[in-house]
Design a protein around this ligand. Structure first.
Ligand code: F6P
Length: 320
């Protein structure tokens, strides 16, 4: 192993920079050279990279986003795109590639692994926390804390105006963020894409809460559940309560990573470089029951991470 490449791909997540820094410094300590490919898979297709050294990754541990830039790259979903990317890896004699990203990035990595000789290791970083093989992704804790801080502020105004708020958090297909945010802000209802929406139940909960003397409330909804604007209108009509919608949006993807996101970045990077130094590839690293471990890349891509529905039930009991 002489040359290691790093790429950050898909939606950015706080802690990606901490992971770039850690991979670079650990790899250099083992005498590997490190190339940082830019703009996600696009950098591999266009052969755009910069050398990364222990000094060039200084001062970034606390920064959100990714210094290597990222993108969603439709060209990489074509055979030609994957061919160009594997050619780039061969031309630059990249022995090991560290892919920092989420589910979509790992599916791309799996395809690339079938065409390139390079060993590939995935480091899970996504605010969605939807990667099978790790209990937690880099950036998830930061996004949870950002959303909780904002929702606590929304609770203040909900209480003062005696209103119900729907707080929409990110999560186009999965409800990991919504369920943890919902539980930790004391939401009365949590709506996730994995569970069919039962509007009658939502109305009934609000009416019961009013009868109990609760004049305001918080519903945390993942963006993937559908039209939250319409839901707000329906609740207003059916319950006679004033309802407002607050979409937290992209602020959840940015910001300085929490200590936990930085810690995971360091631990995952350490495992990733260790695997590469042993000439092991096509795996993703992760946190499994409190321990740093790794699983087969293909298995991670082909298995859906289960959402703990118990959190939704517990949130309902805690908010009575
Ligand atoms: O990074 C994950 C995620 O935030 C999803 O929850 C969200 O739906 C999606 O990215 C939006 O990504 P973009 O607008 O960058 O395509």
């Amino acid at each position: 192993m002489k040359n290691i490449g790093i790429v950050t791909s898909g939606g950015d997540a706080p802690g990606m920079n901490a992971a770039i820094r850690a991979v670079t410094r650990i790899a250099h300590s083992m005498d590997f050279r490190v190339h940082g490919f830019e703009r996600g898979w696009e950098g591999l297709i266009t052969n755009t990279f910069r050398p990364l050294t222990p000094r060039s990754v200084g001062g970034i541990i606390q920064l959100g986003g990714t210094i290597l830039l990222t993108s969603r790259c439709p060209e990489f979903e074509t055979k030609e795109g994957v061919r160009k990317a594997s050619e780039t890896l061969a031309t630059n004699k990249i022995d090991g590639l560290v892919v920092i990203g989420g589910n979509g990035s790992f599916k791309g990595a799996l395809e690339l692994s079938k065409h390139a000789d390079t060993l590939i290791i995935g480091i899970p970083a996504s605010i969605d926390n939807d990667v099978f093989g790790t209990d937690e992704t880099i950036g998830f804790d930061t996004a949870v804390n950002t959303a909780v801080t904002e929702t606590d502020k929304i609770r203040d105004t909900a209480l003062s105006h005696e209103r119900v708020f729907i707080v929409e958090v990110m999560g186009r297909t999965r409800g990991f963020l919504a369920s943890v945010v919902g539980l930790t802000v004391g939401a009365e209802t949590i709506l996730v894409p994995e569970v069919k929406i039962d509007e009658e139940k939502i109305f009934a909960t609000i009416i019961e809460n009013i009868a109990k003397g609760k004049k305001s409330g918080i519903i945390v909804a993942a963006e993937g559940i559908g039209d939250t604007r319409k839901l707000a209108r329906d609740i207003e009509q059916k319950t006679g309560t004033e309802v407002r919608l607050s979409i937290l949006g992209y602020a959840q993807r940015g910001g300085s990573p929490t200590a936990r996101s930085r810690l995971l970045a360091g631990l995952f990077a350490n495992k990733a470089v260790e695997l590469l130094s042993r000439e092991e590839g096509n795996r993703i690293v992760g946190l499994q029951n409190g321990k740093i471990a790794s699983i087969d890349l293909e298995k991670s891509c082909k298995t859906e991470k289960p959402l703990d529905l118990e959190l939704l039930r517990l949130a309902t009991v805690l908010s009575t």
